[in-house]
Design a protein around this ligand. Structure first.
Ligand SMILES: O=c1ccn([C@H]2C[C@H](O)[C@@H](COP(=O)(O)OP(=O)(O)OP(=O)(O)O)O2)c(=O)[nH]1
Length: 156
């Protein structure tokens, strides 16, 4: 019998044919919040992203996010700072019941064409707890000190 001392939730991954040979998503340091995701573009055919253009970049894996969690796909700050490469829909939401290939929606906000090569770490994925609520329609909202104040109502 195998005894598992690791109490972290388990993330099952299914490797797709285009993910053959790619490293698994991984935490780069022991305290990293996000796992880096790699581009599953063809090895002999890098994807080019011209300034202002967007592209859905495959990761080569199906992720089985554990029940009660979601995955958030976020940009890598280095790519954003150096090349203007970010996620258009940040944070992208991966639902726990999604069973398709996870893809990363990148956009080039820089002023030079960017080349995405196979295995390049293009984004990071944070696993976060999700709370679903019961929805109830009521006739009146409860009173609070803030009331309807917002958008700078407390001063800038
Ligand atoms: O960056 C992303 C965002 C989403 N997805 C996948 C996983 C997610 O569970 C599914 C649906 O995403 P979302 O809810 O953002 O899409 P939608 O536009 O609301 O479409 P749907 O009607 O399919 O929910 O698409 C990705 O692979 N990458």
């Amino acid at each position: 019998m195998t005894i598992h001392n690791d109490i972290r939730p388990q993330l099952n991954l299914v490797r797709l044919p285009n993910g053959e040979g790619l490293d698994l998503p991984s935490y780069e340091t022991s305290g990293a919040a996000g796992m880096d995701l790699r581009a599953a573009v063809a090895g002999n055919e890098p994807m080019t992203l011209a300034p202002g253009k967007r592209a859905l970049v495959p990761t080569g894996f199906i992720f089985e996010i554990p029940d009660g969690y979601e995955a958030q796909i976020r940009p890598r700050s280095g790519l954003a700072f150096k090349h203007g490469i970010t996620c258009l829909n940040t944070p992208g939401t991966i639902d726990s019941d999604y069973r398709g290939e996870v893809k990363v929606l990148l956009v080039n906000l820089g002023d030079e064409t960017f080349e995405i090569t196979r295995g390049m770490r293009i984004a990071q994925m944070v696993i976060a707890p999700v709370t679903q609520v019961r929805v109830a329609e009521v006739t009146q909202s409860s009173a609070t000190a803030r009331g309807a104040g917002g958008f700078g109502s407390t001063g800038i």
